[in-house]
Design a protein around this ligand. Structure first.
Ligand code: ADP
Ligand code: MG
Length: 256
């Protein structure tokens, strides 16, 4: 299988404090991979470097074999690295399907002068994206009245309109009830399966992680201490000591 993402010796220093300290890993095409670790481990810092929001202190990021280290977020995004759910805000005053159409118009880089036609043009395509996330029945509802979990599914549909090859999701299920978390990640897993897109996500709920991730990486104090299958990670003594055994797991699940 091909590595869609490869990270080599990535580091981020904040005034001498190494929030990320020499992280190397790969994500393969069609892989659903989790990055877990206690609060402050450096997960978000890692994600921000992958997306171009933060410049690494050292190390390199390769997307589909191309060195994208230090490139701007927009350039990396254009190459096919999508991100939920922090960037893709929805327009509350528009309907569900209008939000998806808006994103398709931007994806196809249509000028606003053709907007009236574009609205018509992309309605069918937008509807298909809504079907992918089981939101077609809510197409004409205004976004302002959507339930939280439905808004997340809409944001996922919007991210998909740009046809990403890799989706980065930093705590996608934050603020959701446990059953809704499982449902959202099941949807993501189905999309990975159907479309061959790759997903890297962070998540506090270990039920979600162990139910859906193909592979799991564990970050602790800026360093990767494990990278493998659920069984490998569960049985890793260092992981058990740092993370799974110490009771942190359940505390974090409650905090999240
Ligand atoms: P996680 O997402 O795993 O909870 P973060 O990547 O947010 O962890 O943070 C990793 C560490 O880096 C933490 O100790 C945090 O306090 C520190 N940190 C994050 N952002 C900054 C910043 N802008 N300036 C200084 N320290 C930061
Ligand atoms: Mg974080």
């Amino acid at each position: 299988m091909t590595d869609i993402l490869r990270v080599e010796n990535l580091k981020k220093s904040y005034d001498g404090f190494l929030a990320v300290n020499g992280v190397s890993f790969a994500v393969q095409q069609g892989e659903l991979k989790a990055l877990i670790g206690p609060n402050g481990a450096g997960k978000s810092t890692c994600f921000n470097m992958l997306m171009g929001q933060l410049k690494p202190t050292a190390g390199q990021v390769f997307f589909d074999g191309e060195n994208v280290t230090g490139q701007r977020p927009r350039e990396i995004w254009r190459k096919g690295v999508g991100r939920t759910f922090q960037i893709t805000g929805t327009y509350q005053s528009m309907t569900v399907i209008e939000n998806v159409q808006m994103s398709l118009i931007s994806h196809h880089r249509k000028l606003f002068s053709v907007l009236p036609r574009a609205w018509k043009l992309y309605r069918d395509e937008a509807f298909e994206f809504l079907e992918t996330v089981s939101m077609a029945d809510q197409a004409d509802r205004p976004c302002s009245i959507l339930a939280y979990g439905d808004l997340k599914r809409l944001e996922l549909a919007i991210a998909l309109t740009h046809r990403p090859r890799l989706l980065l999701m930093d705590e996608p299920t934050a603020g959701m009830a446990p059953s809704a978390r499982i449902a959202l990640m099941q949807l993501v897993a189905d999309i990975v399966q159907d479309q061959g897109v790759s997903v890297l996500f962070t998540e506090h709920d270990m039920d979600v992680v162990f139910a859906h991730a193909h592979h799991i990486m564990v970050l602790n104090r800026g360093e990767l201490i494990a990278d493998g299958s659920a069984a490998q990670v569960r049985n890793n003594p260092q992981v058990q000591e740092v993370y799974l055994g110490g009771g942190t797991l359940f505390k974090e699940a409650q905090d999240a």
